[in-house]
Write a protein that binds this ligand. Structure first.
Ligand code: PMV
Length: 314
């Protein structure tokens, strides 16, 4: 019996969240060490049984099911030009749900990849991202598409809604420490609140988004030339605007402060906010100190990840 396996990374938004919903650029990076896994064991006929192992949930796939993952599976079969496959599909993820690390997009990406692999079809990252977006729309309302894109490409990207993503050069490796506040906030609700405030105070919010767009452009240059201290300062600046927008939280701010005091170049919330994760850009020598400081300040999980820069390719 053949067993097919595929996985997909987590992601984190380096800068530009929320403003990206309003057409401004954002930068997102993969977190390759934290992943979702899909295992598919086909059988010649019958149904497709889906097991969400972490949630203890199991269902039989049906063409008309509204479950976001069922919709992703339907779009995958359509893209692969195949009639539905039968077998057992097991899904497992190391990514906490609702924490801004892209758990839904990551699981869905692993699903698309494992089904494509079973049929020996190579789907491009752009096609995988487009299929996964169909599930993201159901999960999150009107997502910008940044999660499914960075996860499908698994490289740092410059993202503007509605335009093809552009991979970003990273001049010098950078280490990020991610701290989970343990608070769960639904992206859909936070994005909805921002939209209501934008409708009420359009000029103010447009100005916030413009400030963020400006710093995201500077962050791109800093990333490309490997100016890590400047990038850190820009993350701090981004946090300032996210607080003004109203998507921060005292628990996140406590972690951000702790990371800065322990020697981070800069720190900010990452993703929708109100809870979820924060990121700190940290000199290698300070990683352990920052991890410790985050734990003492209440982080329920910490992750560290290094984004390789051009110097590692030489
Ligand atoms: O919480 P996350 O990582 O899923 O990110 C949400 C990012 C937003 O910019 C707030 C929304 C979006 O669709 O881009």
């Amino acid at each position: 019996m053949t067993v097919y396996r595929a996985s997909a990374c987590a992601k984190i938004i380096l800068c530009g969240e929320h403003a990206v919903v309003y057409g401004r650029p954002a930068i997102a990076v993969p977190v390759p060490d934290v992943r979702s896994h899909a295992t598919f064991t086909p059988v010649p006929r019958g149904h497709l049984h889906v097991f969400l192992d972490d949630l203890g949930e199991a269902w039989t796939w049906q063409e008309n099911s509204p479950h976001p993952l069922a919709v992703v599976i339907r779009h995958t079969f359509a893209a692969l030009g195949t009639s539905p496959l039968a077998g057992e599909l097991h899904l497992h993820s190391d990514i906490p749900i609702g924490g801004g690390l892209g758990s839904s997009a990551s699981v869905a990406t692993a699903v698309v990849r494992v089904l494509a692999r079973a049929l020996d079809v190579d789907l491009s990252p752009a096609r995988v991202a487009a299929i996964v977006y169909e599930g993201e729309r159901i999960w999150h309302g009107t997502p910008s598409g940044i999660d499914n894109t960075v996860i499908a490409y698994e490289q740092p990207i410059w993202f503007v809604k509605g335009t093809p993503p552009r991979p970003i050069r990273v001049g010098r490796s950078l280490t990020l420490v991610i701290g989970d506040s343990g608070i769960r906030a639904a992206t859909r609700e936070v994005v909805g609140d921002v939209r209501r405030r934008w409708q009420e105070e359009r000029e103010t919010y447009e100005a916030y988004f413009d400030h963020i767009a400006h710093l995201v452009r500077q962050a791109r240059t800093a990333l490309e030339i490997g100016d890590i201290p400047t990038l850190g300062r820009l993350l701090d600046e981004n946090q300032y605007w996210l607080e003004r927008i109203g998507v921060s939280a005292p628990e996140l701010e406590r972690l951000i402060r702790a990371a800065r005091e322990a020697g981070a170049w800069g720190a900010k919330l990452a993703g929708a906010g109100r809870g979820g994760n924060m990121i700190a850009l940290v000199p290698s020598a300070r990683v352990d100190a920052v991890v410790q400081a985050l734990r003492s300040a209440g982080a329920v999980h910490t992750y560290r990840t290094t984004i390789p820069g051009e110097e590692t390719a030489q």
